[in-house]
Design a protein around this ligand. Sequence first.
Ligand SMILES: C[S@@+](CC[C@H](N)C(=O)[O-])C[C@H]1O[C@@H](n2cnc3c(N)ncnc32)[C@H](O)[C@@H]1O
Length: 333
Amino acid sequence: MLYSSKQLIESIGQTTSKKPATSDTMFSPLFNPIPEPSEKLIIEGRGNYSPRNTMNNLTGKEWIKFTRSWFEHHPPPRNKKNLEHLHPAKFPEDLIAQFIKFFTKEGMWVLDPFVGTGSTLVACDQTNRNGVGIELTKKWAELAARRTKQYIILGDSRDIPNLTLPKFDFCISSPPYWDMLHHSRGGSDSTQKARIAEGFDAAFSDDELDMGNIPEYSEFLTNLLELYAGIYEVMRPGAYIAVVMQNLLKAKQQFYPIAWEFALKMRDYGWQMCQEFLWVQRDKKLGIWGYPNTYISNVHHHYFLIFRKPKPRPPVRKRKSKKKSPNQTKTEK
Ligand SMILES: C[S@@+](CC[C@H](N)C(=O)[O-])C[C@H]1O[C@@H](n2cnc3c(N)ncnc32)[C@H](O)[C@@H]1O
């Protein structure tokens, strides 16, 4: 379902003669939770499932497999039939499905504020989760809508505070790595060069609202942090989010540690920084940079930065103070 964010904003401001839309009426779930067992289950071939598992539907054996802090992933080639190869930076849905399966249970709600071709929503379809994606560029939002029946909002994610949305249990997204797509990534980065030569889009759009078109680094970072401050408000307390990021080296050795700066500053907005995963791209072709006098690495990894919206602390119980009898003096204690 494709909505425009304007439609959603207007639906909140409807006059009293019409019933205003709420997140329940707007976003009815496509998938429902599966009943929880009352005692420990032994699932053939999968291991033990604990009824105390509040996080996901995984057994201990499946849980542990996910927790290595680095991974390699070899995605299948992009599907040309549904045109998803047109987008310059989509992530593989089978990889995202693994994150969704770890951080949610079936029937829970997942948000992707930079949904692009809808990979996160396709992963939600595959894993029986409910998904909402937001995308600024009509072309990508429409492409996403062809791939999934989940909810897609055409608009700027910075508008999240003005939208009627469900409460989310997980958020996963890959924001633009600032203006990376506008810069040459060297002679041997053949995929990008070949795309341009074939007449494909090298950037997401030329819209000035596109976060990939913000010219100043500090402005990009502030915009991204504020966007995630809006996301904070629509997450359930205790929910996790994953942000896919990379640091950036520009011409003349200017290094922009986007991932690290973003991660540290997220704490100022209330997020609890958990840990990071490293997605290692072992198969990427090596380029010879800087040779023979300057160190420049082949950046063949991405970070999956994990944050959590803290749960409110339970109220501190006041200890009952023993009443002193009126005749009691200090020395009598
Ligand atoms: C790295 S891509 C995400 C690709 C997506 N994960 C996929 O698999 O197709 C970033 C996306 O964010 C979109 N975008 C940029 N600025 C935006 C904004 N302010 N609000 C919503 N989407 C935005 C871009 O159009 C682009 O499609």
